[in-house]
Design a protein around this ligand. Structure first.
Ligand code: HEM
Ligand code: HEM
Length: 184
């Protein structure tokens, strides 16, 4: 069986569009809580984009199930292999957890979770100011955790691309590389 050296096209498209969306969401979130004048506009952007990330993360995991990622280089030290695996699990976990916590905290505060126009999501938690306060704090702590993880992920990607030059960075390149041997 031949293994592709690349993530398939949907995986690459989802990776890069979601990377842009998630980075934008982190900055929109911080801008939102520090701005009084644009608060309403920023929240109205933050909610639907966050829920879009939840939807795309589910699609991405389903695609990953059907088209498993290319294997890591055989000579990669076991600790780096474990670190890559653990960080990817954490990234996927946070891509699902952040929007769900956003939705849950607004539910606990009984603030309508408006997606767009008349489309409003139902509450997923009972009303509880205590739960709201806990989840609101968790949303912030995990957002900063996600940002730190993205920085580490970027560092690892550059280590692979510039120092090891082992094909890991190009496996996720948005363009199709000639090194691909699979049918992506
Ligand atoms: C990947 C998805 C998401 C990311 C990365 C994200 C990120 C953030 C960040 C960085 C903040 C500012 C935290 C602070 O400095 O205290 C924030 C606040 C907030 N987010 Fe999210 N968020 C996401 C999804 C959502 C969703 C789906 C909702 C609602 C449905 C939501 C609702 C809120 C609310 C209500 C606040 C606080 C506004 C305030 O206290 O005035 N977030 N988010
Ligand atoms: C900042 C620029 C980024 C670069 C240069 C980059 C690069 C890469 C590369 C080269 C891979 C393949 C690594 C491997 O197979 O082990 C990868 C995988 C991955 N990236 Fe990124 N990435 C970036 C941003 C992000 C962001 C913002 C997220 C989400 C928060 C993210 C989430 C992931 C996940 C979950 C995987 C694992 C894919 C899988 O195995 O299904 N990346 N990235």
């Amino acid at each position: 069986m031949t293994h592709s050296t690349h993530f398939d096209r949907p995986a690459r498209l989802l990776h890069w569009s979601m990377a842009l969306l998630i980075l934008a969401m982190l900055f929109i979130g911080v801008a939102m809580v520090t701005s009084l004048a644009d608060y309403g506009t920023l929240v109205a952007l933050h909610r639907p984009l966050g829920l879009l990330i939840l939807l795309l993360a589910v699609l991405r995991l389903a695609n990953r199930w059907h088209r498993p990622p290319p294997p890591l280089p055989a000579d990669l030290p076991p600790w780096q292999r474990r670190a890559a695996h653990a960080s990817h699990v954490a990234l996927y976990g946070l891509m699902l957890a952040m929007p769900l916590i956003g939705w849950a905290m607004l539910s606990a505060a009984r603030i309508p979770v408006v997606v767009v126009g008349p489309l409003v999501l139902p509450p997923i938690l009972p009303q509880s100011p205590m739960l709201y306060a806990r989840l609101r704090e968790l949303h912030t702590v995990l957002a900063y955790g996600l940002f730190s993880l993205i920085l580490a992920h970027l560092g690892a990607a550059l280590l692979h691309g510039l120092i090891r030059q082992d094909g890991v960075l190009s496996s996720m390149a948005p363009w199709r590389s000639r090194r691909s041997v699979g049918n992506s």
